[in-house]
Design a protein around this ligand. Structure first.
Ligand code: PFF
Length: 448
C-alpha cells in the first residue's frame, strides 16, 4: 500500500507546528513560569530549545524521513536485528498516556469555550467566585468527563480523515487563525493598566531562582512543547517529502513554538499581575485567572470567546498528532483499517482519561508516589518518558546510524550547501552535547 504524504510545504509546517503548539504553550508554559520564577526559567528554557530540543528535532526528522515508517517500526527498520527496535516501545505508550490526560484539559477548554460563548463568566464578579466555579467544575464527577469525551471524539474523527484530508487541512486553516487570536489577546493584556509588573516578571531574570529542579522542568517543558521523544515528530517526518529542508523546517517549527509560548506568556502574566492575582495557581492558572480578567476588561466577553477557541484549536492539533502515532502503528504494523485504529486508540485513551479526570474530584485522594494520577502522568511523560525517549533518539542518530547516512538525510544528498556547512557542528551536538547535557540535568534533578 502506498503511504500517504503531506502534499505541501506549508501543510507540513502547519501540521508539525500544530503538534508543537498546544496546551503546552498556552496552559503548561504559563503555569510553569509562575511556579518556577518567570524570566530565569525562560532563559534556561530558551537555551534548552536551541541547544537540545532543536538538534533532537533534527534527529526525529532524519530517522522518520529515512525510515519512511511509523515510530515503532522505524528503529527496527534502520537497525535490523538489534535491540534498538525496543526504543519504539516508548512511542507506543507515551502518546497514549499523554493523550489520556491532555484530553482532560482539552475537555476543560471545550467547556470553557461554551461557557464563554454563553457569557457564563459575566455573572461571576469576584476572583474567589471564579475560583470556586473552577474547583466545583473540575471536581464534579460527570461534567469534565463529558468534555473529555467530546474532545477525544473530535480528535478521532479528524484523524480518521487521514493525513492529507484530515490532519493537513485542519492545521493549514486553524494555525494561522490561532496565531492572530493569541497576538490580539497579548496586545490587549499588555496594554492593561498595571501590566508592567507582569512584563518585568517575564523579562527580568532573578538568577537566585535557578536550581536543578528548575533546569529539569525547563528541559522537560522544552521536550513537551516540541512534542519530542515520543514518536510524534518522527511519525510526521515520515510523511515529509524528500525534497524538504530538514534544518529549515525544524528551525521554523522550534522558533514558532517558542514565539507562541512567549506570546502566551505575554497574554497571561501581565494580566495576572495587573489584577493582583497569584502566578502560582498551578494547572488551573489559565482557567481560574483569565475568566476573571475577561470579566474585568472592555470587550472581555469577546476576548474570552476568542481565547478559549484558540486554546481548543491548539489542543486539537496536538492531540491529533498524538493519536496519529498509535494509528500509524496499528495501520502499518498490525494491518488495521484507519477507522478501526482510530476507534481503538479512542477507546483506550477515553477509559484512562476518565480516571485522570476523576483525579481532580472523587479520586483526588488516590496517589502514586505522592501525585494524583493526573500529575503522575504529566510528570511521568514530560520529565521521564520524553526525556528518555529524546535521549535514545539522539543516541540512535549519533552513535548507531552511519554518519554518512545522517548527513545524506540532513543535506538531501549533499544538495543543500548551507546544511553541508553546518553539519559537523550539528553532528558534534548530536553525538556529545545533547546526550551529556540530558544526562547531567536528569541526574542532578534526581539526586540533588
Ligand atoms: N507539544 C504539545 C503542546 O505543547 O501542547 C503537546 C504534545 C504533543 C506533547 C505531542 C507530545 C506530543 F507527542
Amino acid at each position: 500500500m502506498k503511504r500517504e504524504n503531506f502534499t505541501s510545504r506549508f501543510g507540513v509546517l502547519m501540521a508539525m507546528a500544530g503538534s508543537a503548539i498546544g496546551l503546552g504553550n498556552m496552559w503548561r508554559f504559563p503555569y510553569m513560569l509562575g511556579e518556577y520564577g518567570g524570566a530565569a526559567f525562560i532563559l534556561v528554557y530558551i537555551l534548552c530549545v536551541f541547544l537540545l530540543s532543536l538538534p533532537i528535532l533534527f534527529c526525529e526528522f532524519i530517522i522518520g524521513r529515512r525510515s519512511q515508517t511509523n515510530a515503532f517500526g522505524a528503529f527496527g527498520k534502520l537497525a535490523p536485528g538489534t535491540a534498538w527496535k525496543w526504543v519504539g516501545l516508548i512511542s507506543l505508550f507515551a502518546p497514549l498516556i499523554i493523550v489520556s490526560y491532555y484530553s482532560v484539559i482539552g475537555g476543560w477548554s471545550l467547556q470553557y469555550f461554551f461557557k464563554a460563548c454563553t457569557f457564563g463568566f459575566t455573572d461571576y464578579v469576584t476572583h474567589e467566585e471564579l475560583d470556586s466555579m473552577f474547583n466545583d467544575f473540575v471536581s464534579s464527577p460527570l461534567i469534565p468527563i463529558l468534555g473529555h469525551t467530546f474532545f477525544l471524539l473530535i480528535t478521532a474523527l479528524i484523524v480518521m480523515g487521514g493525513v492529507k484530508g484530515g490532519i493537513e487541512r485542519f492545521g493549514k486553516v486553524m494555525m494561522p487563525i490561532l496565531f492572530v487570536v493569541v497576538v490580539l489577546i497579548a496586545v490587549r493584556a499588555m496594554t492593561l493598566e498595571g501590566a508592567s509588573e507582569g512584563i518585568t516578571y517575564l523579562f527580568k531574570p532573578d538568577f537566585s531562582k535557578l536550581t536543578p529542579e528548575v533546569c529539569a522542568a525547563a528541559l522537560g517543558q522544552s521536550f513537551f512543547s516540541l512534542s519530542l521523544g515520543c514518536g510524534t515528530m518522527l511519525t510526521y517526518a515520515s510523511y515529509v517529502n524528500k525534497s524538504e529542508n530538514i534544518a529549515k523546517s525544524s528551525a521554523a517549527i522550534a522558533v514558532s513554538d517558542l514565539v507562541f509560548a512567549m506570546i502566551a506568556g505575554c497574554a497571561i502574566m501581565p494580566a495576572v499581575f495587573a489584577f493582583g492575582l497569584s502566578p502560582q495557581s498551578g494547572p488551573g492558572l489559565v482557567f481560574k485567572t483569565l475568566p476573571f480578567i475577561f470579566s474585568q476588561m472592555p470587550l472581555g466577553a469577546l476576548v474570552g470567546i476568542l481565547f478559549f477557541l484558540a486554546l481548543l484549536i491548539a489542543a486539537l492539533t496536538s492531540s491529533i498528532s498524538l493519536f496519529e502515532v498509535g494509528v500509524a502503528y496499528l495501520v502499518e504494523e498490525k494491518g488495521m483499517k484507519r477507522r478501526t485504529a482510530s476507534l481503538s486508540i479512542f477507546l483506550v485513551t477515553w477509559i484512562v482519561g476518565i480516571f485522570c479526570s476523576l483525579s481532580f474530584g472523587p479520586l483526588s485522594e488516590f496517589e502514586i508516589l505522592g501525585n494524583t494520577l493526573f500529575d503522575f502522568f504529566d510528570k511521568l511523560s514530560a520529565n521521564f518518558l520524553m526525556t528518555i525517549g529524546s535521549f535514545l533518539v539522539v543516541l540512535f542518530a549519533g552513535w548507531k546510524m552511519k554518519k554518512a547516512d545522517v548527513m545524506d538525510e540532513f543535506t538531501n544528498g549533499g544538495t543543500l550547501g548551507g546544511n553541508v556547512r553546518m553539519f559537523n557542528f550539528i553532528w558534534f551536538i548530536i553525538r556529545w552535547i545533547a546526550p551529556l547535557v540530558i544526562i547531567a540535568i536528569f541526574l542532578s534533578n534526581l539526586f540533588i
